[in-house]
Design a protein around this ligand. Structure first.
Ligand SMILES: Cc1cc2nc3c(=O)[nH]c(=O)nc-3n(C[C@H](O)[C@H](O)[C@H](O)COP(=O)(O)O)c2cc1C
Length: 231
């Protein structure tokens, strides 16, 4: 009965700053014995929400009326215990694809209109935001507030952020925070399942270096195969 974690990447760059810190969070989740998965929102189409919640015959229920990549992500969200949302800052806000996904998640929350609990109820969430300038805490706060309003639970130290853009992996504080986002979200999810789980912030330089080295190695392999360069 291990915890399942979904990392959602709202950046077009697999190993840009957001991808780097999101992967740190997933490594943190592994420390708690979780099963991890990562999905990139740029891998398919996410049709914008058309607001059918307001139609006479309400259609707004899981898994949404649109049969697209967005639906696949919604199903993954429904199946996960923990979801970590990683987004670059685009004009003081989450990226457009991430906002499209948030809007589409209405179908999970709107199950309350069909006599069921919100499908986000009891899930544990975390946020990673990466930018080059301003808006990092605003966008992270936005994500956690909205997800909590859908029924999700926000654990301690649930937000990691860096202004180092595509060099976020060299931002020690952000890397340690990101590891803790994954670790503590899974610790809380484990406790909700009646298992033991960590809820104390881990400040461990050796762990930080070990995870940074792993991410940089994964990045190198990815770039060798795909020819992408961020650093
Ligand atoms: C359309 C656009 C808008 C941006 N707006 C902001 C912003 O408001 N604040 C900020 O800190 N960085 C902003 N940036 C910079 C990105 O957040 C930064 O390049 C970040 O590293 C992108 O994440 P990634 O490396 O994961 O792709 C913007 C970038 C783009 C393309």
């Amino acid at each position: 009965m291990s915890v399942s974690v979904l990392g959602i990447l709202g950046s077009p760059h697999q190993f840009g700053g957001t991808g780097q810190l999101l992967r740190c969070a997933l490594k943190g989740a592994l420390l708690e014995g979780a099963k991890t998965d990562l999905t990139c929102l740029y891998d398919g189409e996410i049709t914008p929400c058309k607001g059918c919640i307001q139609e006479e015959e309400p259609n707004c229920k899981f898994p949404c009326i649109f049969d697209d990549f967005g639906k696949e992500v919604l199903i993954k969200i429904h199946q996960a215990d923990v979801i970590i949302f990683g987004t670059p800052i685009y004009w003081y806000a989450p990226s457009g694809v991430m906002k499209n996904l948030i809007d589409r998640m209405t179908c999970l929350e709107n199950m309350v209109a069909y006599g069921e609990p919100s499908y986000m109820e009891g899930k544990v969430v975390g946020a990673i935001t990466v930018g080059a300038d301003a808006g990092l805490t605003m966008a992270g706060g936005y994500l956690l507030t909205v997800l909590n309003a859908m029924g999700a639970i926000v654990p301690p130290w649930a937000h990691a952020y860096s202004r180092n853009a595509d060099k976020a992996i060299y931002d020690d504080r952000a890397v340690m925070d990101a590891i803790n986002v994954g670790l503590l979200a899974c610790g809380l999810a484990a406790r909700l399942k009646g298992l033991s789980g960590t809820l104390t912030y881990q400040d461990n330089k050796n762990l930080l270096e070990k995870i940074r080295t792993k991410i940089l190695a994964e990045k190198e392999v990815y770039e060798r195969e795909h020819g992408e360069t961020n650093l």
